[in-house]
Design a protein around this ligand. Structure first.
Ligand SMILES: [Fe+2]
Length: 189
């Protein structure tokens, strides 16, 4: 599968395809589409009169299986690579700090969001007004991080990261998902 094939621009209704990991920036970009779509589902949960159990399960699965890994891809690999490659005129330090602040806030709220959604599923009840407010706040932080990354960081990463950097990023993202490295490619580290 080549990264330029049509599946690259998905609708975000499913987890991002591991076939995109050969081109890690495309994978991250696709993950952002996925996040945007799940944020819309979270907003729907926050405003609906009664709990949509299927949507709640979708969000819980995303939080447990996708979001944490995505944030680690960025915090542990993408941001350090950008910091190493970017020049002063790129002025990305402030952008990374703002993005990290939103990510940290989303991660801080994550256990509470997870517990309240799981609790609603268990007891078969609806969300309280306070819980709805937490959901809206959480979705806001996740959405802000991806908007800033799409607008600022990913275009700079596409311009500045070397082939070796992309290779390193791809390798670590595959490893984080329990996938073997692509065979037959030299280690660029
Ligand atoms: Fe991101």
């Amino acid at each position: 599968m080549q990264p330029s094939e049509p599946m690259l621009r998905g609708s975000g209704d499913k987890p991002t395809s591991p076939s995109l990991l050969a081109n890690p920036l495309d994978f991250i970009s696709e993950d952002h589409l996925r996040e945007r779509q799940v944020c819309a589902v979270i907003d729907g949960l926050a405003t609906a009169d009664t709990l949509d159990r299927q949507a709640t399960t979708t969000v819980l699965r995303f939080l447990n299986e996708e979001l944490n890994v995505h944030l680690r891809d960025e915090a542990e690999d993408l941001f350090p690579l950008l910091a190493r490659r970017c020049t002063e005129e790129d002025a990305i330090e402030g952008a990374i700090n703002r993005i990290r602040a939103d990510q940290d806030e989303a991660m801080r709220l994550l256990p509470e969001v997870r517990a309240m959604l799981a609790g609603c599923l268990d007891r078969g009840g609806d969300l309280t007004a306070k819980e709805r407010a937490v959901l809206t706040k959480f979705a806001g932080h996740v959405r802000r991080h991806l908007v800033a990354e799409n607008a600022i960081l990913l275009p700079i990463a596409r311009a500045r990261l070397t082939r070796a950097d992309l290779r390193h990023l791809s390798k670590h993202m595959r490893s984080r998902r329990g996938l073997p490295d692509f065979p037959g490619t030299p280690d660029a580290e």
